[in-house]
Write a protein that binds this ligand. Structure first.
Ligand SMILES: Cc1cc2nc3c(=O)[nH]c(=O)nc-3n(C[C@H](O)[C@H](O)[C@H](O)COP(=O)(O)O)c2cc1C
Length: 203
């Protein structure tokens, strides 16, 4: 399995460091049991009022017609590499609390928590997931009959990471580029917006 661990400044749990978003995938199905663990991991994420606003549409290569339908919802760039992944999903956020019908402003947030749970579970089993904003949400709504009180948030490609040499030259460069993040100094504030926290200055 390709290793693309985060070059973190501070110690991290192995699972967090080893999670990444590949575009090359092995031509290998995801075992049913592992797929169920991914779904279960999402199920156990925290959510506002325990509303569990995550909903998932799933397609695997076991059903080529359904797989092609979902692949067709992705933008062309993402279709180009995601077609190698044996499993695709579209994550949807329910936008109303079931308990009172009021708007759930945290629906998108909580779907993100569910998907990160899924990503870490995937990493623990040798799989990786690659989330995508690049899909046609209107098309997904029409294809799957997603109602107005729910929002397609993210498409996801899942599989065993593959060989970067199978990618086109530009994607191969991205796949093998050093992983980067903003410095903590530029994102962690104390006292007022924009003022780097003294935690980061070590005083
Ligand atoms: C909500 C979201 C949308 C993304 N959309 C795309 C996408 O449409 N296409 C793509 O190739 N990568 C997409 N990515 C992957 C990001 O580019 C990737 O997570 C980021 O570069 C950090 O890399 P890492 O996940 O390997 O740490 C998306 C990631 C997230 C979380």
């Amino acid at each position: 399995m390709p290793d693309n661990k985060a070059p973190s400044d501070w110690p991290l749990h192995d699972l967090i460091a080893a999670r990444w978003s590949p575009r090359a995938f092995e031509d290998r199905a995801v075992e049913h049991k592992k797929l169920m663990s991914l779904l279960e991991a999402m199920r156990w994420a925290p959510s506002c009022f325990n509303e569990q606003p995550w909903r998932l549409l799933v397609a695997t290569k076991d059903d080529p017609t359904e797989y092609e339908r979902m692949l067709g919802c992705l933008v062309e760039f993402n279709q180009g590499w995601a077609k190698a992944a044996p499993v695709l999903m579209i994550a949807v956020a329910s936008l109303e609390f079931e308990r009172n019908g009021k708007p759930n402003a945290h629906g998108w947030h909580d779907v993100g928590l569910g998907l990160e749970n899924m990503a870490l579970q995937a990493t623990s089993m040798g799989l990786q997931i690659h989330m995508m904003a690049g899909f046609d949400t209107a098309k997904a709504r029409a294809v799957y009959g997603i109602p107005d009180n729910a929002a397609p948030t993210t498409a996801i490609a899942i599989g065993y990471p593959g060989d970067a040499n199978d990618l086109s030259a530009d994607l191969r460069d991205k796949e093998t580029a050093p992983r980067e993040r903003r410095e903590l100094e530029s994102i962690v504030f104390s006292g007022r917006w924009g003022k780097t926290s003294s935690l980061l200055k070590g005083d």
